[in-house]
Design a protein around this ligand. Structure first.
Ligand SMILES: [Zn+2]
Length: 298
C-alpha cells in the first residue's frame, strides 16, 4: 500500500471523506413542485388525476396504470389493437350528406366538418376486417369523439355492410359500442337505422353467425335500443355507463330519486342485462375464446 492510499484509508476511518460532505440543497420553486414537467404530451386520468405520458397510456391500452380506470379509446386505435392483422377497412365509400338541410346553432355540414377535423375520421363508425390468432373476423367500433358517436345514415350503412360481409363469409361480427344515440340532425332517417341494423343482425342470427357486442363507456339512446343490445353475447368494460335515457330524464319521468350506480356495467351485470364485465387487457382473449366456442373451432 503506497502513501496516498494510506491517506485515503485514514480519511475514511476518520469520517472526513467526500462521501460525508454535506450535499448542497437544490431550491425547487413552489409552483414547480405540484406540476411535474414532461417533454411529451400527457393524459390526465379523470378518476385519480395522475398525469401519464400519452405513449405510456397507449402502451397500456388507455387503462390508467395508477388506478385501472378505463379511459376512452379512439375507434381506429381500438380496431388496430384488437386485430393481429387488418386485411381491409370497409365502408369508406359511405360519406355523410345533409338530407334534411338541418340547422341548429350551426348548419349540420359545418358541424360535420368540425368533427372530421377534430377526429381525422369521416364518420362515427369504423369498420375493418382482419384476423386474431388466425381466425378471420369483421369488427366495427364507434368513435365517441365524433359527434358523440351518434348513429346517422352512414353509421347505419357501414354497420349493415359489415354485417353483410360477416354473413357472406361466415365470419363473426364484433361491435365495440360507444354512442350517445341516434343523430338528431338526420331526424327520422337516423331512427330508421335502428330497424336496418336490427334486421341485419337478425340475418346473422338466422345463419348462426356470432355477433358479439362490447359495451364501452358510454352507450345510450337509439344505439342501446338497437344494435348494442342484440348480441349473442354482451360484454362490457368495467364501470361503463349503459342505458337508454340518462339519469336526469328518468328521474323527471318517474319522479323518484335513483341510486348513482344504476346504469353502471356492474349494476347491469347483477341484474342480468349483460353477460360479463371484462378488463380491457383480457378482452381480446375473451372474445377469441367465445368465438372459438361458438364456431366450434379447434
Ligand atoms: Zn387513474
Amino acid at each position: 500500500m503506497n502513501e496516498t492510499q494510506t491517506d485515503q484509508s485514514q480519511s475514511l476511518l476518520n469520517g472526513t471523506n467526500w462521501l460525508e460532505r454535506p450535499v448542497p440543497s437544490v431550491h425547487v420553486p413552489e409552483e414547480n413542485k405540484s406540476k411535474p414537467t414532461f417533454s411529451e404530451p400527457t393524459v390526465e386520468c379523470p378518476e385519480c388525476h395522475a398525469l401519464v405520458t400519452r405513449t405510456a397510456m397507449s402502451f397500456n391500452t388507455y387503462v390508467c396504470p395508477q388506478c385501472d380506470e378505463h379511459l376512452a379509446m379512439k375507434a381506429r386505435d381500438r380496431l388496430h389493437w384488437f386485430f393481429d392483422q387488418v386485411d381491409e377497412e370497409l365502408g369508406l365509400e359511405f360519406t355523410p350528406k345533409d338530407p334534411l338541410g338541418f340547422v341548429d346553432s350551426k348548419p349540420y355540414p359545418k358541424r360535420m366538418e368540425e368533427a372530421q377535423t377534430k377526429t381525422g375520421e369521416t364518420e362515427a363508425l369504423i369498420s375493418m376486417q382482419g384476423m386474431i390468432e388466425g381466425v378471420p373476423m369483421v369488427a366495427v367500433a364507434f368513435n365517441f369523439e365524433f359527434m358523440g358517436g351518434s348513429m346517422g345514415t352512414v353509421v347505419g350503412d357501414r354497420f349493415v355492410q359489415a354485417a353483410e360481409r360477416a354473413l357472406s363469409l361466415r365470419q363473426p361480427l364484433i361491435c365495440f359500442a360507444a354512442s350517445g344515440g341516434a343523430r338528431m340532425q338526420e331526424g327520422m332517417l337516423s331512427l330508421m337505422q335502428m330497424a336496418r341494423t336490427a334486421a341485419a343482425i337478425e340475418r346473422l342470427r338466422q345463419a348462426s353467425v356470432p355477433y358479439i357486442v362490447v359495451l364501452t363507456n358510454p352507450v345510450y339512446g337509439g344505439v342501446t335500443a338497437s344494435l348494442a343490445m342484440l348480441g349473442d353475447v354482451h360484454l362490457a368494460e368495467p364501470k361503463a355507463m349503459i342505458g337508454f335515457a340518462g339519469k336526469r330524464v328518468i328521474e323527471q319521468t318517474v319522479r323518484e330519486k335513483l341510486d348513482e350506480p344504476f346504469q353502471r356495467a356492474e349494476y347491469l351485470l347483477e341484474h342480468g342485462v349483460i353477460d360479463q364485465i371484462v378488463h380491457r387487457h383480457a378482452l381480446r382473449d375473451t372474445i377469441y375464446r367465445i368465438v372459438s366456442k361458438l364456431m366450434n373451432l379447434p
